[in-house]
Design a protein around this ligand. Structure first.
Ligand SMILES: [Mg+2]
Length: 325
């Protein structure tokens, strides 16, 4: 017999996180525990208002299937019962974690990466003045960052990236515009940022309004984030983007995320794995996708004042799993 528990937590950030859509100083997450035969599977998700989700809506979605979960439905059945999104993510990850605990292993023992493998993760620079972003970049470099992700809106695009590039001449740079660029600016920004040795640009245009990306040859790889939630989205993104950003809160869990990896590879597209911020519990669940990704952006816990899951170690610009309970 299984029992399901779900609860919410608020985690303060240790500095404001500013992107094109707004700023946050704390995050609300939903955690799920599924208990069976003395074992427990855990999952965590974070609702994003951009996709119409709130703490309340996620709890309602979880409650809708709680009886079915307690009666023993599996991950495949869950894909049919709930749409992609944070509620299914927390439940799917808890089912993976329980399934593996019952076998005496962990999801990463089954799917990779190996315990202790160092995976370079992006460190995010949030939106501020060019000078402040350059200063933030210097701080991240001092902590060992090897890959910086610069958040942008449609203002001071080249100035901001130029300032960070001057502060960090040798580091790998990627950009996230979070849908904020005007269509008439995209091509010129792409060429200007290519000359600053930017290696990838995430979601320049609004999801659903990105068809023009197929109209010019990209000097920098483009990555679909807000435009790509599940495997069903992948085929029509080919030609507009070279890469997709898989986040478990969008895909609705690891099961769908692994299917997205296959779909992307079938279409010749590369994989990025990202996060909506969150504790190490949520990042650890995404590690099997990180093992299959060419860009990893799982720096959520670095933004928190505190983190209660000591299974991950962040230092020198990488993340690694440190133990296998
Ligand atoms: Mg993004």
């Amino acid at each position: 017999m299984r029992t399901l528990k779900r609860y919410t937590q608020t985690w303060p950030l240790d500095r404001p996180f500013v992107i094109a859509r707004g700023a946050s100083t704390s995050i609300d997450v939903i955690r799920v525990e599924i208990h069976q035969d003395g074992h427990v599977g855990t999952g965590e998700s974070k609702p994003t208002p951009r996709y119409g989700h709130s703490v309340e809506s996620v709890l309602e979605d979880i409650d809708e299937v709680s009886l079915a979960i307690e009666q023993g439905i599996d991950r495949q059945a869950l894909l049919e019962r709930l749409p992609a999104g944070p509620a299914r993510n927390a439940l799917d990850c808890a089912l993976w974690s329980l399934e593996c605990a019952l076998e005496g292993v962990t999801p990463t023992a089954r799917l990779g990466p190996p315990i202790g493998q160092e995976i370079v993760t992006a460190h995010t620079i949030s939106i501020a003045s060019p000078e402040d972003m350059a200063e933030a970049a210097r701080k991240e470099l001092a902590q060992g960052a090897r890959l910086l992700k610069i958040k942008l809106n449609d203002e001071q695009v080249v100035e901001r990236v130029h300032a960070v590039r001057e502060a960090a001449p040798d580091v790998r740079l990627i950009i996230d515009a979070n849908e904020a660029w005007a269509p008439e600016h995209v091509e010129q920004y792409c060429y200007a940022l290519a000359s600053l040795n930017v290696e990838m640009i995430e979601q320049p245009l609004p999801a659903g309004d990105d068809a023009m990306l197929a109209d010019f040859s990209h000097p920098v790889s483009l990555c679909a984030d807000e435009s790509c939630h599940t495997r069903a989205d992948v085929a029509h993104l080919k030609g507009r983007y070279e890469m997709i950003n898989i986040k478990l809160d969008k895909s609705g869990g690891l099961t769908e995320a692994l299917a997205m990896v296959e779909a992307a590879h079938e279409h010749g597209m590369a994989i990025m794995v990202g996060c909506m911020l969150g504790t190490s519990m949520a990042m650890r669940a995404a590690l099997p996708v990180a093992a299959r990704a060419s860009i990893v952006d799982l720096d959520g816990p670095i933004w928190l004042s505190d983190d209660d899951t000591p299974a991950l170690d962040y230092r020198n610009g990488w993340v690694r799993e440190t133990r296998s309970p």
